[in-house]
Design a protein around this ligand. Structure first.
Ligand code: ZN
Ligand code: ZN
Length: 470
């Protein structure tokens, strides 16, 4: 049976777009201060979840809401279940928008709104793919289940809860990345380094703070230090000005009596590619490491300035590893907090590691490399091991050939450092909806989805779901 998928999507374009617009109006940012028993991640993610599930009911699917954490929309019968995983939560809108992020605007054939490309647009395209198969009454031999999440951007608490109650589908994909396919993801783990805080040198480190999230390169850093006398305080500020001149950072120093406050601006970036940022913290610590600090303060500055500085691939930490398929381990030093008064000294390192190395090996190497500086290491929650579905797997092979048939482009495998819901299943991948060459605006101001791409993705999803489930 040949089906003109293009024509089927064409006939539903207006409906698809209207459903997407209505869904994008739901401000589904996680709000921890508004959590209630029936809104486990706040009212926004819950309302978007309910909104999506209501489409499923309207269209005659079997719908299940798992206590407002997540839900699913399904049809068909069979021994096996194909899972499709989308998420309704969004990252905060942030500043810099030209239009209201929750009042979708269509301009230059693009729809602008928070969530348009991550992940409400792609989810809606996949949902319509499934809807077309149902409406055409096509013969399928598997159950098709669209799993709707509401906490992908934070801790994946939605999926933890969902899978306590529901069986895992046998195989599937998440429309939450790019075409042709993402069939591998590196392991992802954050390690907390705890240090001592004592100051026994002639200079005193009072505080050092930097970073917003473990998976972001810190774009700013601030430290307060005390110099032995006012002359040395003035000299430190002067030497800092000279240092910033010669480094890819900007900075300011303010002096009050013997206290010097130093501010550094680097460049933020995604933690999965630390080499594309400028880590403000390691530059600041590298500068201070040249002064007579001692005790815990010295260790904190030395570990940061000497070991973590531009150690994107973990060479100085002796954890470097490269796999032929998955590429290099990367390390992002994302959070720093030294507070002498509170006796708190903490650094968070986020590792993206390929198959062939392990968390155990990384921990052991770190202990050897920096253990002598009074560092104790603990593993943060949400450790994810490397994930890979071979190209020969029928899931990957099918998805790539659907992509090739509809684009005329050669499909190829891709492995990324980030984590998508694709990794929830042993045979799970991410598939679309960004096409090669697309401008990635996920998590940014003026996020958009190109409408031609949206409909093109719906065509691909419809055919892919049918070929996987027939
Ligand atoms: Zn996403
Ligand atoms: Zn996202």
């Amino acid at each position: 049976m040949t089906i003109d998928w293009q024509k089927e999507v064409e006939a539903r374009k207006d409906d698809l777009l209207q459903d997407l617009i209505d869904l994008l109006k739901v401000k589904s940012e996680r709000e921890d201060d508004k959590v209630t028993a029936d809104a486990p991640f706040g009212p926004g993610p819950r309302d978007a979840l309910l909104h999506m599930l209501a489409y499923g009911e309207r269209d005659g699917f079997t719908v299940k809401n798992v206590d407002n954490y997540a839900g699913h929309i399904e049809f068909g019968e069979g021994d096996e279940t194909l899972g499709i995983f989308g998420h309704m939560d969004v990252v905060p809108a942030g500043d810099g928008w030209d239009t209201d992020p929750y009042l979708p605007v269509i301009k230059d054939n693009k729809i602008f709104a928070r969530g348009s490309s991550d992940d409400k647009g792609p989810s809606m395209a996949a949902y319509y793919g499934m809807k077309i198969i149902k409406e055409l009454g096509l013969p399928i031999s598997k159950k098709i289940r669209f799993v709707v999440g509401s906490d992908e951007e934070s801790g994946w608490g939605d999926m933890d809860y969902y899978f306590e109650k529901e069986e895992k589908p046998d195989f599937g994909f998440s429309p939450d990345a790019e075409f042709p396919i993402i069939n591998g993801e590196k392991g992802n783990v954050s390690l907390a380094l705890h240090l001592e805080t004592g100051n026994t040198g002639s200079y005193t480190l009072t505080s050092f703070a930097s970073g917003l999230r473990a998976n972001m390169v810190p774009g700013g850093a601030k430290a307060t230090v005390s110099a032995p006398d006012t002359e040395k305080a003035a000299a430190l500020a002067k030497e800092f000005a000279a240092y910033t001149e010669n480094q890819p950072i900007t900075g300011t120093a303010s002096v009050e009596d013997t206290t010097v406050t130093l501010d550094v601006v680097g460049k933020g970036a995604h933690g999965a590619s630390p080499q594309s940022g400028i880590n403000a913290a390691t530059f600041l610590a590298g500068f201070l490491d040249g002064y007579d600090f001692a005790g815990g303060a010295k260790n904190f500055l030395h570990v940061t300035g000497a070991y973590l500085h531009e150690d994107f691939y973990g060479e100085k930490l002796t954890v470097a590893y490269e796999d032929a398929k998955m590429g290099k381990l990367t390390m992002n030093a994302g959070l720093f907090d030294f507070d002498a008064a509170q006796e708190k000294a903490f650094i968070n390192l986020n590792f993206r590691y390929p198959q062939g190395t392990t968390l155990g090996k990384i921990e052991a190497a770190l202990n050897t490399a920096i253990g002598e500086y009074g560092v104790t290491i603990s593993v943060e929650p949400h450790h994810m091991t490397p994930h890979y579905v071979p190209q020969e797997d029928p899931l990957v092979a099918t998805l790539l050939s659907v992509y090739e048939d509809h684009t005329g482009e050669k499909g190829f495998e891709q492995i990324i450092g980030g984590g998508t819901y694709g990794r929830l299943l042993k045979r799970g991948v991410a598939y679309g909806a960004m096409f090669p060459g697309y401008t990635d605006t996920m998590h940014q101001a003026n996020e958009f989805m190109d409408l031609d791409d949206l409909f093109r993705a719906a065509v691909i999803y419809a055919d892919a779901i049918y070929r996987l489930a027939k």
